[in-house]
Write a protein that binds this ligand. Structure first.
Ligand code: FES
Ligand SMILES: [Fe+2]
Length: 371
């Protein structure tokens, strides 16, 4: 037992530095999280979503409305995702107890033993759809109103930019993903596709809620992207980035933008939705801007041919980093990019704030003191 404790990375309470704290931290549940594509759940379908080890049944009723409830039947603890959607209700697959979207038990007629003694309803979660994604609020529902899904002007309104979303589920902690997508020191990893080269950090600042930074870099240096990116019109020599807790965004020349939305599934698993959008590209060998339909057509081809393989390289590195951390969490942090510790501090501080706010940190500490 003692040995097992010595070889596992420390819990948040036991962490000795901000890197260890960040690697043990969750993301604040009192925020909106992208959890699935809107199109992935059809009428009458149910799907499991996991937020930081909490299983949630997300389903769409026959009326088209989404609902999210605790994914545990109070009878024998089966996951309700093993059941079926009937009209706007979710029926457990075992004895057929049925719950409405507010979590109340509304039918038990398939169980011949009469009325179950259930006073409480299942926990429910607020849900919204934006940018083609389903957003869920895993925290205190009373706080859902005061928190906002990021406003993306370019994707709202009548004339949204061309773009696409791509997602990955990586066996890696969410804080490692943030380090990866904000730290442009890893051009070597992408030496084949060259999404950025020669990055130099030119500015950074941090406050309570975010870390903002800029690099001078040569953006979209790859062979294919180089043909379509208009270097006359768009400044591709620098990029702005921001870890806007718990989200991340980038902006290249006000023309190529992206948001990364992280779903922390557990301590070692993160799903990331990357939303990319472009105002226009250029028609090769000319200086003409592509019309939107053509921008979208080029992006539809570039998504599997360029963006996917680049991000898969990040996934391979991140999963290897997680394995490395699991074995060598006690190695002294050796970090050259000064912004990386700032990301880790922000992640750790927000998690600590959440634990203090909900009383969880006090509990852990008093248990430790008692033990
Ligand atoms: S386990 Fe769900 S109804 Fe029995
Ligand atoms: Fe990368």
């Amino acid at each position: 037992m003692r040995n097992a404790q010595m070889i596992a990375p420390p819990s948040f309470g036991d962490a000795r530095n901000s890197r260890q704290k960040a690697r043990a931290a969750g993301l604040d549940p009192d925020r909106w999280y992208a959890v699935e594509y809107d199109r992935a759940i059809k009428k009458g379908q149910v799907k499991e979503v996991v937020f930081w080890n909490v299983s949630i049944a997300l389903y769409r009723g026959e009326d088209g409305r989404l609902a999210a409830v605790q994914n545990r039947c109070p009878h024998r603890q089966l996951k309700l995702t093993q059941g079926v959607v009937e009209n706007c209700r979710l029926r457990c697959g075992y004895h057929g107890w049925t719950f409405d979207r507010d979590g109340w038990l509304v039918d038990y007629s398939h169980d011949s033993f009469g009325k179950p003694l259930i006073k409480n309803r299942l926990r429910t979660y607020p849900v919204q759809v934006r940018y083609g994604l389903i957003w869920l609020f895993p925290g205190d529902p009373a706080r859902a109103e005061e928190r906002r899904i990021p406003e993306i002007q370019e994707l709202a309104g009548d004339d949204p930019w061309a773009g696409f979303t791509i997602d990955f589920t990586w066996r890696s902690h969410h804080s490692m993903v943030i380090d990866n997508i904000c730290d442009f020191a890893h051009a070597f990893l992408h030496r084949k596709y060259r999404p950025f080269t020669d990055a130099k950090l030119t500015h950074h600042e941090a406050d309570e809620d975010r870390v903002y930074l800029t690099y001078d870099a040569y953006m979209a240096a790859g062979r294919i992207s180089g043909i379509f990116v208009d270097r006359q019109r768009v400044n591709t020599r620098s990029i702005e980035l921001c870890y806007e807790y718990p989200y991340q965004w980038t902006n290249t020349g006000d023309s190529i933008k992206n948001w990364s939305f992280l779903l922390p599934i557990d301590e070692r698993t993160t799903r990331v939705f990357f939303v990319f959008y472009f105002d226009a590209l250029k028609i090769p060998l000319t200086s003409l801007k592509t019309p939107k339909w053509l921008t979208q057509a080029v992006l539809n081809i570039a998504k599997p041919l360029v963006f996917k393989p680049i991000l898969e390289e990040d996934g391979i590195a991140l999963e290897a980093e997680q394995l490395g951390y699991d074995s060598h969490f006690d190695a002294p942090p050796v970090e050259l990019n000064p912004v990386v510790p700032l990301f880790q501090k922000l992640t750790a501080r927000k998690w600590e704030d959440y634990l203090v706010r909900t009383g969880a940190l006090g509990e852990t500490e008093s248990k430790q003191a008692a033990g």
